[in-house]
Design a binder for this molecule. Structure first.
Ligand code: AMP
Ligand code: MG
Length: 421
């Protein structure tokens, strides 16, 4: 059972949301509306851990062993009994990582130990080798040592029976290592999402053909390709579709085999009507005017068994609406339950920024460091057709709904384009 399509009409779900207004929809409401409608997919598959990188975990990971499995030394030095260190001690053996000292350590004795070596029975503390004085096999330790220093305890990282990862977690390099540290070789993950997309517009030319008058090359399918690849979904690129009902219907029919369909273009006021009629015929689709810039018009709904995201045509609007809405919706659909909202960080505006209250703006910014302070400036022309602004930027400057013009020196919120893990 995929469970991806609920039986409740979308209009019924969203009409229950406080402050839902399809003609001036707050960005937070749009995100909330999508989330409220979409039920995550539940099909899973089992993969070797290396192949699970970037996937969503679909099981609980409960340690069957302690990590580390024994108390061991965090440093190279001497394993001692803290009660005995006032007098010279006798070194009676060595504990290496993977080669424990098998005897017991009695009063006045100690053991040479290396990082990762198992703490010999009877010892409780490690004194680092740099501070120790040796006279033959007599070991003299200076005062000031603390009980249990430099000891790593069994289960300090992971404890038997205490769940460490759960369903909905993105598997990053750290999680792969964590699972491996438990000796587990395979994990159950959510299957990859399938996303189909196409561009609409009579003015669009494909690469490889000469531009006729009034035509532009289709760039949206390339930015979408990149953004979807980065999300780790399976993609189907259905090409350019003319502004023609029959062609559009055929494309949508093909696309709806995917879990989600993304279209660009054709949802602005002048164009919406025939697409609206067509989408309404094929499923349930809401047409929103979102209080944002760029990216005001947007369609959201379902056709057949697939979620539909009808993005505006302007290249910057495509990227902004993708990152602000589609990304969230797809990660929710893919079963993510960990924090995947893009963090909002503070930076100082280096210039004045124009802004009117009543809509959220996503200006393209360059975050830079000046005299130890993080500042941000806009990339220049902010038109929704100026894709260069995205290429030059390293962050969005997110200007909140209520906010007016920004003066240089004020704090603004930014969202970095790049993440680490
Ligand atoms: P629309 O939303 O269809 O009215 O398109 C708005 C603007 O975006 C128009 O100037 C289109 O030419 C442009 N546009 C639409 N689709 C694409 C695309 N796939 N690649 C580049 N520009 C596009
Ligand atoms: Mg168009």
């Amino acid at each position: 059972m995929s469970g991806k399509i609920g039986t409740v009409p979308i209009s019924q779900v969203v009409s229950c949301l406080d402050g839902y207004d399809p003609d001036a929809l707050h960005v937070d409401k749009a995100r909330e509306a999508m989330r409220a409608c979409i039920t995550p997919i539940s099909e899973t598959q089992t993969l070797p851990i290396r192949e699970s990188l970037g996937r969503v975990l679909a099981q609980e990971i409960v340690p069957a062993i302690n990590v580390p499995s024994h108390d061991n030394s965090a440093m190279d030095g001497y394993a001692v009994r803290i009660a005995d260190i006032d007098k010279p001690m006798t070194e009676i053996g060595t504990a290496l990582a993977g080669k424990p000292f098998s005897g017991a350590v009695g009063a006045g004795q100690c053991v040479r130990i290396m990082t990762g070596g198992v703490m010999p029975a009877g010892t409780d503390t490690v004194v680092i080798q740099e501070v120790v004085k040796r006279e033959g096999n007599r070991i003299i330790v200076p005062p000031g040592q603390k009980r249990a220093q430099n000891v790593r305890y069994a289960g300090e990282d992971l404890k038997v029976g205490v769940p460490v990862l759960g369903p909905g977690k993105l598997l990053r390099p750290a999680e792969l290592g964590l699972i491996a540290s438990l000796g587990i070789g395979e994990v159950r993950v959510v299957r990859r999402l399938r996303v189909a997309f196409f561009s609409t517009g009579d003015e669009l030319a494909s690469i490889g053909t000469a531009l006729k008058e009034g035509e532009v090359y289709d760039s949206n399918r390339y930015t979408l390709h990149g953004m979807l690849e980065r999300l780790g979904v399976e993609i189907t690129d259905l090409g350019v579709v003319r502004d023609d009902p029959a062609a559009l219907e055929a494309a949508l029919r093909k696309a709806q085999a995917a879990d989600a369909v993304i279209t660009t273009g054709g949802v602005s006021v002048g164009e919406a009507d025939f697409i609206k009629a067509l989408m309404a015929k094929m499923g349930e689709v809401l047409f929103w005017k979102i209080a944002m810039r760029p990216g005001r018009p947007m369609a959201f709904g379902r056709i057949g068994a697939s979620w539909l995201f009808g993005l505006p045509g302007n290249p910057v609007a495509v990227m902004v609406t993708f990152y602000q809405f589609v990304r969230h919706a797809l990660l929710h659909l893919a079963g993510r339950t960990d924090g995947y909202a893009i963090p909002l960080l503070s930076a100082t505006a280096a210039d004045n920024i124009r802004k009117v209250p009543g809509r959220t703006e996503y200006q393209r910014g360059i975050l830079f460091r000046d005299a130890g302070e993080w500042q941000v400036r806009i990339t220049g022309q902010q038109g929704s057709g100026v894709l260069r602004s995205m290429a030059e930027a390293n962050c969005f400057i997110v200007l909140e709904h209520e906010r007016g013009a920004v003066k240089a020196g004020e704090q603004v919120r930014v969202q970095l384009f790049e993440g680490l893990a």
